[in-house]
Design a protein around this ligand. Structure first.
Ligand code: BGC
Length: 271
């Protein structure tokens, strides 16, 4: 039952953010973009093959719902994956185990959890949340939300509408994947100064601007808390701002996607 301090059931979904080092789960109030109950974080099992990761997702979702005091079976689950995702199937595996290639995660989770499930790219999920509740609110035209972490993820929006699976981390720059130099781990892995890394990131952003002429680029991922160390050094024409939702964007966006696709009656959400 909806109470004064709890949103109506249709305004609730579970968000899951699967990353290279952690799997983060929380129940989300998708109307306000806030977490309900605890934010659970489980270390990603190694090797992170689907047969070990799927049971961890199932167990952690169950725990998150229980600890949030929600027992409805129609609460949807959204899962952000660091991969191209088409119709619930992971279609790439750049920074995850190759066993994820062509894996029908949507069907497996639906079968295991007996609830509506929506799977999408992790940066698309973070982007949805950032556009609705963060630095992208009210921004029109072409906007990119880039997540700088182990890889570089991209969420592409036009007038607030997501164009999924843009994968700008894999643009080719100097003969290799751009994310090898512009992702946040590229700085620590190569022991670079902020200045040197900002210049590599700048080169990637110039290439993005040349192809897409965005109005705004929002930079997210843990590194965005150090935005003052690199954003002022960027030389591109579009505005660049740090993301404001930080760590929770992936969870909130995945939950939003699940709740909204569910309400829209998306046929990929088989019960
Ligand atoms: C993957 C993307 C993902 C990004 C951030 C890249 O290596 O190809 O799908 O969004 O990392 O996790």
């Amino acid at each position: 039952m909806a109470t004064a301090d709890r949103p109506a059931p249709e305004g609730i979904a579970v968000g899951v953010d699967v990353g290279g080092s952690g799997i983060k789960v929380s129940v989300v109030d998708v109307v306000h973009g806030t977490l309900i109950g605890p934010r659970l974080r489980i270390a990603t099992p190694q090797p992170s093959t689907p047969d070990v990761v799927v049971p961890v997702i199932v167990r952690t979702v169950r725990r998150a719902l229980k600890e949030a005091g929600i027992d409805r079976s129609d609460v949807a689950v959204g899962v952000g994956m660091p991969a191209v995702v088409i119709d619930g199937v992971t279609r790439s595996a750049a920074n995850i185990d190759p066993m994820w290639l062509d894996y029908d995660l949507g069907s497996h989770l639906r079968q295991a959890m007996k609830r509506p499930v929506y799977v999408l790219n992790d940066a698309d999920a973070a982007g949805l949340a950032e556009m609705r509740f963060g630095a992208g609110v009210g921004e029109r035209g072409v906007v990119f939300v880039l997540t700088l972490g182990t890889g570089l993820g991209s969420g592409m929006f036009n007038d607030g509408v997501l164009v999924p699976n843009s994968e700008l981390g894999h643009m080719e720059i100097r003969g290799r994947d751009a994310e090898r130099r512009s992702a946040a781990v590229a700085r620590t892995r190569r022991g670079l100064s902020w200045k040197a890394w900002a210049s590599d990131l700048d080169e990637h952003l110039h290439a993005i601007d040349k192809l897409f002429s965005p109005n705004l680029i929002i930079l997210g991922g843990g590194v965005s808390k150090n935005a003052d160390k690199f954003i002022p050094r960027l030389t591109i024409r579009p505005r660049v701002v740090p993301a404001t939702l930080r760590n929770d964007a992936g969870i909130v966006g995945a939950a939003m996607a699940a709740a909204e696709r569910y309400v829209d009656g998306d046929p990929t959400l088989k019960r």
